[in-house]
Design a protein around this ligand. Sequence first.
Ligand SMILES: *Cc1c(COP(=O)(O)O)cnc(C)c1O
Length: 237
Amino acid sequence: MMTPSAGNDNNTDIAAHVAAIRKRIASAEQLYGRTPGSVTLVAASKTHACSDIMVAYQAGLRHFGESYLQDALPKITAMGNQDITWHFIGAIQSNKTRDIAQHFAWAHGIDRIKIGERLNNQRPENMPPLNICVQVNVGNEQQKAGVTLAGLPALADGLQKLTRLHVRGLMVLPPPSGDFTEQRVYFRQIRQAYEQLCAAGHDLDTLSMGMSGDLEAAIAEGSTLVRVGTAIFGSRV
Ligand SMILES: *Cc1c(COP(=O)(O)O)cnc(C)c1O
């Protein structure tokens, strides 16, 4: 069926990788008693070309995550007419908020009120509120963005008041670990923080946690959205 041509191998790989990731997600949903289809797959396409994004799109993916704004904007323009939901998953500096507010449906890296206020003020009137996740630095790692668990309730309360933002839930990038039990411990802390916020009156529906190497542990602890890059597109350039 396939005729060999340049680029074909890579395309075949990406389509096969998408199928494999879907299978991993479905297996984890089943194993941990999660509703089938309750975990959204966001393809972390940062550094990868539009041609690769297009292959993943043709394999059925509609959510894509980007971290580097200058790299992302031309790609969003180029993919323009597709029904893609764009997620900004990188750290957010003040000078990036306007473009994020104008070009993305989601931002996952909110960790201070000032960034929330800027996004709120800059979200265009003709667009729905920007969906946001509060990033939590669960391992208190110095080099990582994210609010501490202790600082989370006050930040969530502040963000909740911003009407051009829709606070959807929490996002985490836990300390890397190859050990399933250890991965689960971090994800469980985030789930518990999420449940506390819900109990305090926040209307949340998203736990953005799990990547190529730890999505099973994340799904076991309630993840509703996994961000997968390497396992779909291969190593980043
Ligand atoms: C790149 C990235 C991912 C994807 O990580 P992989 O290990 O390549 O699957 C997930 N989340 C964030 C925030 C990222 O920047």
